[in-house]
Design a binder for this molecule. Structure first.
Ligand SMILES: [Zn+2]
Length: 200
């Protein structure tokens, strides 16, 4: 079982051992709600998946979340989901699964790290011993493969390239820094720049 929590959408799927996804579902990430309001959308995704005939064959649950994450504590504080600060997402999803009869081991990873694992397994980084994989979306995420192994670091944020400052006098970023990669090169920032230049 895979659950992906992003600033724009929350997605879920049941995944076969070969990587094929079935029973995919998604919800928009709620805006202007509190922490429980965001969690309610995650619970709806879990509820959708539990309707699949394959639900009872799931053996574990992987959770990818927008960062920063703290995988040592099972919490997330996504820059683009302001309602969640140190939110215990791993424990809450485990409880949601248990309530639907699936007491599964769960693993939490930053979404950039999860994407990197997938690219190394089945995608663009296949066959490479070392890789930095980047995702450009609502924000900019990343993850590292070093010596053929995923390298999430102690809290799960290694390779999170989006909040490295590349312009020290640049625009303030929601993270509190200035001139972050994400504040310049995310999908959101690219669209904002285009509008400022007069594009419609
Ligand atoms: Zn930043």
């Amino acid at each position: 079982m895979a659950i992906d929590i992003g600033g724009t959408k929350i997605a879920g799927a049941l995944v076969h051992p070969d990587g094929t996804m079935t029973a995919t579902t998604r919800r928009p990430t709620p805006r202007g709600v509190d922490a429980e309001g965001v969690m309610a959308a995650v619970a709806e995704v879990v509820a959708d998946l539990s309707g699949s005939p394959l639900w009872s064959s799931a053996v574990r649950c992987g959770i990818g979340s927008a960062g920063p994450v703290d995988t040592s504590r099972g919490t997330v504080s996504p820059v683009n989901i302001g309602a969640w600060r140190d939110f215990p997402v791993q424990e809450r999803i485990a409880a949601e699964l248990a309530a639907r009869g699936a007491e599964l081991p769960t693993v939490l990873a930053g979404d950039g790290v999860a994407m990197t694992a997938a690219e190394h397994w089945l995608g663009a980084a296949r066959g490479y011993a070392n890789a930095l994989c980047m995702v450009v979306s609502t924000g900019v995420g990343g993850g590292l493969i070093l010596n053929n192994q995923l390298h999430p670091g102690p809290t799960g944020n290694a390779g999170h390239i989006g909040h490295i400052s590349v312009a020290f006098d640049g625009e303030p970023c929601v993270c509190g820094g200035r001139g972050c990669v994400e504040s310049i090169a995310s999908g959101t920032a690219i669209a904002r720049w285009a509008r400022e230049q007069g594009w419609t």
